[in-house]
Design a protein around this ligand. Structure first.
Ligand code: HXC
Length: 260
């Protein structure tokens, strides 16, 4: 599918989705969100896609937030719609059964930071800056930032970011748990794709199950979450991949995954 504001490249089982509005620092307007929705759905349907990397075009921004010019024209009902669209798209990304990796090449602000929060793994270039600057605009995060950020970094750090609106540099973001590694800009995409490739080489049903258990469990009391794990673990024994994975180990050969 051709996109106006995205570049999508699929190679080696890894889809790379690049938000491509560099003049607006890759800000998210309605069209870009709708295109992201279509790209994520497509990646979820395509059996050849085993991992997804999200990044931004140019060397300045990952995504500098929702498009402020477009947002400035919205009334309350339209703002509700816009927030709902973002929530839908990021929810879709979060629920993909494959690993999703953010390669944060520059500013990840507001909706851009929220986009990283919907990804499983986040890697940053030395040039990256993270922040939730909405209070500077008289706004609050609206694409899940108050909730996913709190779950990722804890309530006090989330409050510091959201209430001050201040940006943090990449090492600080790493110390807070907003990203995993900080690498030189020219190494970022390959670093992110390398991690994606590692996950993509593992048992796909196990990866999807583990991701689901970690996500669903985080919103449940521990007892229920542990019950979910037992169910997920046992469920794998009904499929081919767990049998194959264990057999391959015992036969000292690489596993041939069937995805069942
Ligand atoms: C629209 C944006 C934009 C944005 C930058 N631009 N961010 N346009 N929406 N979020 C545009 C600028 O207007 C400018 O356009 C061009 O990109 C380059 O940006 P500059 O400001 O000139 O660059 P610089 O001085 O280097 O500053 C970079 C920056 C700054 C620190 C990232 O642009 C900035 O603070 N941007 C806004 C960040 C932000 O507040 N994000 C949160 C948005 S609210 P021209 O035409 O002048 O060249 C949000 C809510 C999500 O995300 C939830 C909604 C429901």
């Amino acid at each position: 599918m051709g996109f106006e504001n995205l570049l999508v490249d699929i190679a080696d089982g890894i889809a790379t989705v690049t938000v491509n509005r560099p003049k607006q620092l890759n800000a998210l307007d309605q069209k870009t969100l709708e295109e992201l929705s279509a790209a994520f759905e497509q990646a979820g349907r395509d059996k050849g896609v085993r991992a997804l990397v999200v990044t931004g075009a140019g060397d300045k921004a990952f995504v500098a937030g929702a498009d402020i010019a477009a947002m400035s024209r919205l009334g309350p009902a339209e703002a509700r719609e816009f927030a709902a669209l973002g929530h839908r798209v990021f929810g879709l990304l979060e629920a993909l059964p494959i690993v999703t990796v953010a390669a944060v090449n520059g500013f990840a602000l507001g909706g851009g930071c929220e986009l990283t929060l919907a990804c499983d793994l986040v890697y940053a270039s030395e040039r990256a800056r993270f922040g939730q600057p909405e209070v500077n605009l008289g706004l609050v995060p609206g694409f899940g930032g108050t909730q996913r950020l709190t779950r990722r970094v804890g309530p006090m750090r989330a409050k510091e970011l959201v209430l001050t609106g201040d940006m943090v540099d990449a090492p600080t973001a790493k110390a807070m748990g907003l990203c995993l590694d900080v690498v030189p800009p020219e190494k970022l995409l390959e670093h992110a794709r390398g991690k994606a490739r590692t996950v993509a080489s593992r048992g796909p049903v196990a990866v999807a199950t583990a991701k689901r258990l970690i996500q669903q469990g985080a919103d449940l009391p521990l007892g229920e979450a542990n019950a979910l794990e037992r169910q997920g673990f046992a469920g794998l024994f009904g499929g081919e991949d767990a049998k194959e994975g264990m057999r391959a180990f015992l036969e000292k050969r690489p596993a041939q995954w069937k995805g069942t």
